[in-house]
Design a protein around this ligand. Structure first.
Ligand code: NDP
Length: 457
C-alpha cells in the first residue's frame, strides 16, 4: 500500500478505534487513491488526506421532549459538518436507534465524495438522532404519534438551527426522516430564524419542495444501472431483479424498474422479505407503498392475502430467487455480505446497483469485482437524491418551480454525468470498468483540488 495512505489509515484507526463503520468507509476510499496520489504530490504536501478524514465540525446536542403520556424523554442529536470545500454542507438527517457517531461520520464522509460527483456545488454533512419514531416510548408495538414526532422535531431543530442555513448547511431526509419530519423541522426553523429560506430539502410541494425529489434516489439508481448496461449494449427490459428494503429508495427503484420492463422479485423490511415468483406488479407495488407508508402494516399479512407472494420471516432479499440478473440493495449499510454475494454471482447476477449507503460488506464488494459483476457503489448510484436536493436549492433561490419532466430530465443528465465521470476516471488510472475506483477518484480529485486552492484552512 502507498506509504502516505498507510500512515493516514493507521492514524485514523488509532484515533477512532470504536468507530467501525467510519473506519470501513475511510479504508474503502483511501485504499483506491494510490494512483492519483502518486501522480499528484501536492496532495500529500498539503496534508489533504489528514484533513479529509477529520470533520470540520462535529456537533452533539441534547434533545429533550415530552411524550403523549406527559413523560420527559431525552435523545441525542448530531450534525457532522464534514467538508465544505466545494459548497455548503449538505446531507440527510437519520432518526433511528442505531444512530451513533460512527454511523453518522461514515455517512458524512461518503457524502463528501457523493456530492462532489453530482457536479453541483455541495459540501458533505450528515446528522440525526437515536430517536425511534417507529416505537412509541410508552406503548410497546406502537409507533410514536404525529404529535410526539412533531414535538421531537421541534426540540431537535431548536438546538440545530444555530448551526445551519441556506449558505452554511442544508440538511435533508434519510432513514425515518420523510416529508412529515422535514415539514415539522422546516416549520420550527422558519419560526426561530424569522425567515423563509431553502434551509432544508425534501420539503412538501406547497412550500418549496421539488417535484421528483421523493423519487430521485431510487429512480437515479436505476438510471445509473441503465448507463452501466448500455456499456455492454443491454437494457433493463426483461431483467430479473432483486431489491432490498421497502422505504423511500427501494420503492421508487422498484417503480422505475417495473416501468422499464424489468421483473422485481423481492422487497424486504426489518421483519423479513417478500418473494413474488412472477414479479411484483405496478398495482402490487402501490398496495405495498400504501401498506408501508399509510397503514404502517406488516409484510406477513400482505403476503397472506396476495397470490403469488411468499413472506420469509427474518430473511433478506438475496438468497430467495434461483435466477437473478441484477441486484439493488436499498435498505441499509452492510446488509449484503460475502455469502449473499457468492449466491448472487452463482445464480447469474451480473449487475449490482447500490441504492443504500455502503450496503455491501467489503467481502461482498470483493466477490462482485472478482466475478466481473458491474458494481456501482452507493456514493455514485444513489447520488440522484442529493442531486435533486441541489436542484431544489436552485429553485428556492430563484423562487421558481420546474415541471416534473424538467427535473426528471436534469436527474437523468446528472446520473449520466456521474456514470461517465466514474467510468472515465477508472479508465484514466488503469482500472477500466471499476466504478468503485472511478467514483472515489473522481469525487476525491474535485474536493482535493478545491482544498489545495483554498490554502491551509
Ligand atoms: P427508509 O427509512 O425510507 O427505508 C429504509 C428501509 O430499510 C425500510 O424498508 C426498513 O425497514 C429497512 N431497514 C432499516 N433497518 C433495517 C434492518 N436493520 N434490517 C432490515 N431492514 C432494515 O430509508 P431510505 O429508503 O430513505 O434509505 C435507505 C438507504 O438509502 C439508507 O442507506 C440511506 O442512507 C440511503 N440513501 C437514502 C437517500 C434518500 O434520498 N432517502 C439518499 C441517498 C442514500 P422497516 O420499514 O421495517 O423500517
Amino acid at each position: 500500500m502507498n506509504k502516505y495512505i498507510k500512515r493516514v489509515i493507521e492514524d485514523v484507526r488509532a484515533k477512532n478505534a470504536d468507530q467501525s463503520e467510519f473506519l470501513q468507509a475511510v479504508e474503502e476510499v483511501l485504499t483506491t487513491l494510490a494512483p492519483v496520489l502518486d501522480r499528484n504530490p501536492q496532495y500529500e504536501e498539503n496534508a489533504i488526506l489528514e484533513r479529509l478524514v477529520l470533520p470540520e465540525r462535529t456537533i452533539i446536542f441534547r434533545v429533550p421532549w415530552v411524550d403523549d403520556a406527559g413523560k420527559v424523554r431525552v435523545n441525542r442529536g448530531y450534525r457532522i459538518q464534514f467538508n465544505s470545500a466545494i459548497g455548503p454542507y449538505k446531507g440527510g438527517l437519520r432518526f433511528d436507534p442505531s444512530v451513533n457517531l460512527s454511523v453518522l461520520k461514515f455517512l458524512a464522509f461518503e457524502q463528501v465524495f457523493k456530492n462532489s460527483l453530482t457536479t453541483l456545488p455541495m459540501g458533505g454533512g450528515k446528522g440525526g438522532s437515536d430517536f425511534n419514531p417507529k416505537q412509541s416510548p410508552h406503548t410497546p408495538g406502537k409507533r410514536c404519534s404525529d404529535a410526539e414526532v412533531m414535538r421531537f422535531c421541534q426540540s431537535f431543530m431548536t438546538a440545530l438551527y444555530h448551526y445551519i442555513g441556506p449558505d452554511t448547511d442544508v440538511p435533508a431526509g434519510d432513514m425515518n426522516v420523510g416529508g412529515r419530519e422535514i415539514g415539522y423541522l422546516f416549520g420550527q426553523y422558519k419560526r426561530l430564524a424569522n425567515e423563509w429560506t431553502g434551509v432544508l430539502t425534501g420539503k412538501g410541494l406547497s412550500f418549496g419542495g421539488s417535484l421528483i425529489r421523493p423519487e430521485a434516489t431510487g429512480y437515479g439508481d436505476v438510471y445509473f444501472a441503465e448507463n452501466m448496461l448500455a456499456k455492454r449494449g443491454e437494457a433493463l427490459d426483461g431483467k430479473r431483479c432483486v431489491v432490498s428494503g421497502s422505504g423511500n429508495v427501494a420503492s421508487f427503484a422498484a417503480e422505475k424498474l417495473i416501468q422499464l420492463g424489468a421483473t422485481v422479485l423481492t422487497l424486504s423490511d426489518r421483519s423479513g422479505a417478500i418473494y413474488a415468483k412472477d414479479g411484483i406488479s405496478a398495482d402490487m407495488l402501490k398496495d405495498i407503498m400504501y401498506l408501508k407508508n399509510v397503514q404502517r402494516g406488516e409484510f406477513a399479512d400482505f403476503a397472506k392475502k396476495t397470490k403469488g407472494v411468499t413472506f420469509f420471516k427474518g430473511a433478506n432479499s438475496w438468497q430467495l430467487a434461483d435466477k437473478v440478473d441484477c441486484a439493488f440493495p436499498c435498505a441499509r449499510q452492510n446488509e449484503l455480505n460475502g455469502k449473499d454475494a457468492a449466491y448472487l454471482v452463482k445464480h447469474g447476477c451480473t449487475l449490482v446497483g447500490e441504492g443504500a449507503n455502503m450496503p455491501s460488506t467489503p467481502e461482498a464488494v470483493e466477490t462482485f469485482l472478482k466475478a466481473k459483476v458491474m458494481f456501482s457503489p452507493g456514493k455514485a448510484s444513489n447520488a440522484g437524491g442529493v442531486a435533486t436536493s441541489g436542484l431544489e436549492m436552485s429553485q428556492n433561490s430563484e423562487r421558481v418551480s420546474w415541471t416534473r419532466d424538467e427535473v426528471d430530465a436534469k436527474l437523468k443528465g446528472i446520473m449520466k454525468a456521474i456514470h461517465d465521470n466514474a467510468w472515465d476516471a477508472a479508465a484514466k488510472y488503469g482500472k477500466k470498468g471499476n466504478y468503485v475506483v472511478g467514483a472515489n477518484i473522481a469525487g476525491f480529485t474535485k474536493v482535493a483540488d478545491a482544498m489545495v486552492a483554498q490554502g491551509i484552512v
